[in-house]
Design a binder for this molecule. Structure first.
Ligand code: UGA
Length: 435
């Protein structure tokens, strides 16, 4: 099938490469010339395991190209819109400027019979509004909404083999045709038995935001239990194991620690609350405000733990392990790790931070921090070591070897990902979160 992908950021670049990998003819379009230049030579503009290989094989097949010229969309019959919807600067809502601009540019090049497929995470009601715009500008085209559930770090796998496919389509024949076309796009996943939920626009939009709201709630639930565990001497990791054995609850996304960050969960729950308030249903999701607050309190808790252990922050040497919002990513958007490192430095601590992939991004955001190339270098002469992003190379560190490098053997495990017994046996003061 002939596909265009509008927006070649995280979602779009992965989608374009994955669609070409599945055998489609794909053109990726973005207004950012630097991104296009990088993708055109097969280089991913961000770190994502598996993406370079897929980009390379797709480019070699001749089925994938990138351009900043929207007119290239005219050669495609199916157009995916995958631009970002960040949080607005002065509130909680999603910034829809990129989506609106993408649709207005794209509509200049869409022809009768084309299918436009929204993938961006949008406030419920957006697809209905955009369908009206399409009916006005190009009535022969149809709109579908096909939310994306990929996780950074597993983006290619999640795109090629998703755990479900959700299509928001209009009523009647146009909707049935749209469902058929999307089933052809995702033919390999459909043949593998992936559940397909074909529904209306509003449901499809809500599936996406409610899934992220649920995941955020699950994480904040366990972090709330961590707060209780901290004052009662209970161990939240054991608690999570125990309740996780109940299949109705499940153990995944019950890891207590510094909480969630990234370009999705934090801004999506805020945008959902903002949209619910606009709809006069703010009460229905008011708990999400609490989910957000619990999450942000964990960052403060870590800063306080360092202060407690070091007896103050001014002049205290802190070795920070991790800057990305999670392992296997170089993404520092709303990263708990980077925020904690910056807050410690602002309070006068002498912070040296490292991360296997995110140092360059962090340096651009926080040029005042000191960065190291390795964990060993970051913790040298440290009074306190702080593990905030659970990269395998950090969780595998040898407490004895590392112990010889630091000034004081104090470790704060912001992800509860170390074995406290092993670290204590090596002479460390170990502090986890909620244990
Ligand atoms: C999230 C969703 O998981 C995806 O399904 C969704 O498609 C994506 O947002 C999106 O909307 O684009 P992602 O942002 O890649 O994916 O990250 P997650 O793996 O969900 O992790 C989010 C944050 O929660 C990370 O900071 C992680 O460290 C934290 N987390 C996760 C915990 O603190 N505890 C856990 O048990 C799990």
């Amino acid at each position: 099938m002939r596909i265009s992908v509008i927006g070649c950021g995280y979602l779009g670049a992965v989608h374009a490469a994955s669609m070409a990998h599945l055998g489609h003819d794909v053109v990726g379009i973005d207004v950012d010339e630097a991104k296009i230049a990088s993708l055109s030579v097969g280089r991913a503009p961000f770190f994502e395991p598996g993406l370079p290989e897929v980009l390379e094989s797709a480019a070699a097949s001749g089925r994938l190209r990138f351009t900043s010229d929207f007119a290239a969309a005219a050669d495609a019959d199916i157009h995916f819109v995958a631009v970002g919807t960040p949080q607005v600067a002065d509130g909680d809502a999603a910034d829809m400027r990129f989506v609106d601009a993408a649709f207005s540019s794209l509509l200049e090049h869409v022809k009768d019979g084309d299918l436009i497929v929204g993938k961006s995470t949008v406030p419920v009601g957006t697809a209905a509004r955009l369908a009206e715009l399409i009916a006005e500008k190009q009535p022969g085209a149809t709109l579908a909404w096909n939310p994306e559930f990929l996780r950074e770090g597993f983006a290619v796998k999640d795109t090629v083999s998703p755990d479900r496919l959700v299509y928001g389509v209009p009523d009647g024949a146009a909707g049935e045709r749209a469902t058929g076309l999307l089933n052809e796009v995702y033919a390999s996943a459909v043949a593998a038995g992936t559940p397909v939920i074909s529904t209306d626009y509003a449901t499809a939009e809500l599936v996406k935001v409610s899934a992220n709201a649920f995941l955020a709630t699950k994480i904040s639930f366990i972090n709330a239990m961590a707060e209780i565990a901290e004052v009662t001497g209970a161990d939240v990791t054991k608690l999570a194991d125990a309740i996780g054995h109940d299949a109705r609850i499940g153990r995944r996304f019950l890891n207590a620690g510094v909480g969630f960050g990234g370009g999705c969960l934090p801004k999506d729950i805020r945008a959902f609350s903002a949209r619910a308030r606009e709809l006069g249903q703010g009460d229905a999701v008011r708990f999400l405000d609490e989910v957000d607050k619990i999450n942000l309190r964990r960052r403060t808790r870590v800063v306080e733990l360092v202060r407690e252990e070091a007896g103050g922050l001014a002049g205290v040497r802190v070795g920070v392990l991790g800057l990305a919002f999670k392992p296997h990513s170089d993404d520092i958007r709303d990263s708990p790790a980077l925020e904690i490192a910056m807050r410690l430095a602002e309070a006068g601590a002498l912070v040296t931070a490292t991360d296997p992939q995110a140092v360059e991004n962090a340096r651009r955001r926080a040029p005042g921090l000191v960065f190291a190339d390795s964990a060993e270098e970051a913790v040298r002469d440290a009074d306190v070591v702080l593990l905030i992003t659970e990269w395998p190379e950090f969780t595998a560190l040898d407490p004895v070897g590392i112990g010889a490098l630091v000034a004081h053997r104090t470790i704060i495990d912001g992800r509860n990902s170390l074995d406290p017994a092993a670290w204590r046996a090596a002479g460390w003061t170990y502090r986890g979160l909620g244990r």
